[in-house]
Design a protein around this ligand. Structure first.
Ligand code: ZN
Length: 131
């Protein structure tokens, strides 16, 4: 299945745990794997904490410190090389175990769409395998 997330700012981590958990429940799979994938070159999927919203801001700030803006070859083409590099660092997917019909996430873990070149509509694809 697939759903769309509309982002509101240039860089944003959006908690998509509920959408993914709903997809797992609707699938009826009790034991298996859930892959969450973003088919975009400037977005990524991460699993991390959402209880303290500072964490998502800290992740964005850390990536901004690692990856400078406007100094890359691709910036001459469409000015968003930093977004591509951040997406490459975080990666386009995560795979989460399913046990007893539920995602096996730690107490402090949530699933995030990481959008580095917004605001935009981003598609998220959820593939569930199991029985
Ligand atoms: Zn580009």
């Amino acid at each position: 299945m697939e759903f769309t997330v509309s982002t509101n700012s240039r860089q944003e981590l959006v908690d998509i745990t509920n959408e993914v958990a709903d997809a797992v429940e609707r699938s009826g799979v009790k034991s298996g794997l859930c892959n969450v994938y973003v088919p975009h070159a400037t977005a990524a999927i991460a699993i991390n904490e959402n209880a303290d919203p500072n964490i998502t801001s800290d992740i964005i700030d850390a990536l901004n410190k690692i990856v400078k803006e406007g100094v890359w070859r691709h910036d001459k083409l469409d000015g968003n090389a930093a977004a591509h590099i951040k997406a490459a660092i975080v990666g386009p997917s995560e795979t989460i175990p399913i046990e007893e019909g539920k995602l096996v996430l730690g107490t402090w873990q949530d699933i995030f769409l990481c959008a580095f070149d917004g605001p935009k509509d981003r598609r998220v694809r959820v593939t569930i395998l199991g029985k």
